[in-house]
Design a protein around this ligand. Structure first.
Ligand code: COA
Length: 189
């Protein structure tokens, strides 16, 4: 399949959202769903890879402020992964970032082995780590109470999302069903 990489336009929104949700479905971000495309403010930018049928098969949103640019979203439609689209989106993003005063391009991601392979293969170096902890009553009735100390009268916690220290990983995994290690990947653009 041939594709072009170009700027996102508002007419791409539905296709962009579908590409993102399908791409994330098999990952630790499976429940991170947007109903509308988040805005990216200049000098950040929004790139899409679009197939011959006009549908979005890859997305790359980058925000930029001063010396730091961050990949907010990178995703390739599951039917088109491992065909170089992610690499091509990153290459175009790096070209654009080099025109800015940016010295570091980074991204934060969880613990999906395939995604980690991609970041490493693209030349990113892994650095900061912390925990994403989900305390979910439907996984284990006592998880929310274990996560938050005092309850507000009249309210019963059902699902709580928390950040934690990597040093507590083992203890967190013993107490909560869903724990991710979130990590930063960095490179010079
Ligand atoms: C991660 C992702 C963006 C990569 O895009 P892609 O178009 O599938 O990857 P590419 O074809 O550009 O891969 C380039 C190179 O990365 C490496 N790579 C990519 N996926 C890999 C995998 N699963 N295992 C090992 N190496 C891998 C390979 O070296 C590959 O080159 P090769 O195919 O010639 O061997 C894409 O797989 C994706 O959308 N994943 C799910 C969503 C996601 O996790 N997004 C990031 C959330 S922060």
């Amino acid at each position: 399949m041939s594709y072009v990489i170009r700027e996102y336009t508002p007419a791409d929104e539905t296709s962009w959202l579908r590409c993102r949700v399908l791409s994330f479905l098999g990952t630790a971000y499976f429940d991170d769903v947007h109903k509308a495309k988040p805005d990216v403010v200049a000098p950040g930018f929004e790139l899409v890879a679009v197939g011959e049928d006009g549908l979005v098969v890859g997305i790359m949103d980058v925000t930029a402020q001063g010396e730091l640019a961050t990949i907010d979203t990178v995703a390739v439609h599951p039917d088109h992964q491992r065909k170089g689209i992610g690499r091509a989106l990153l290459s175009e993003a790096r070209t654009r970032v080099r025109a800015l005063p940016v010295v570091t391009l980074d991204a934060w991601t969880r613990d999906d082995p395939d995604t980690l392979w991609w970041y490493r293969a693209m030349g990113f170096a892994e650095s900061a780590h912390y925990l994403h902890v989900y305390a979910d009553r439907y996984a284990d009735e006592s998880e929310p109470d274990r996560a938050i100390g005092e309850r507000r009268p009249g309210l019963r916690p059902v699902a709580v999302f928390l950040h934690g220290d990597l040093r507590d990983e083992q203890a967190m995994r013993q107490q909560f069903t869903r724990v991710h290690v979130c990590r930063r990947f960095c490179m010079a653009p």
